[in-house]
Design a protein around this ligand. Sequence first.
Ligand SMILES: [Zn+2]
Length: 148
Amino acid sequence: MKKDNGKPVGVRVETTRQVLRAKGTLTIHGVSKSDVGEWDNDSTMAMKAVSSDSFKRSAVLWSLFRYAYDLEQKWCKYDNKTKKIVEPPILPDWALPVFPCVDCKKPITRVGQSSPYDIKIRTTNALGRPLCADCGKIAAAELESKKG
Ligand SMILES: [Zn+2]
């Protein structure tokens, strides 16, 4: 090996971007499964991202949230004043759970920006049971007519 001022030459040192790692553990009924999340430390939301990644990877070990890997990656703007995501992404229908309408037994489907889950919660709170949009309108009209 050649020497240059006492230092070896021909050795190239590359600096790599620092990567944060976090171990996430998801415990269900006393059984824990862990995985490591990684994120590029140069990102402004690195700590949040590495925590989320470790949680997602731990959940996948339980077969939870596995579909997340099939979702299109989308970055969203975050409003620091309101502490909310600006224009949050909408999950595709295939990624949403299916809830049956109690009255007609058909699956509750998305209406505009409202997911089936949103509609299930809204109709349960307002009408006492999870209903599809059509049955919800009928039940709401019946409720109004009873009020007089
Ligand atoms: Zn229905």
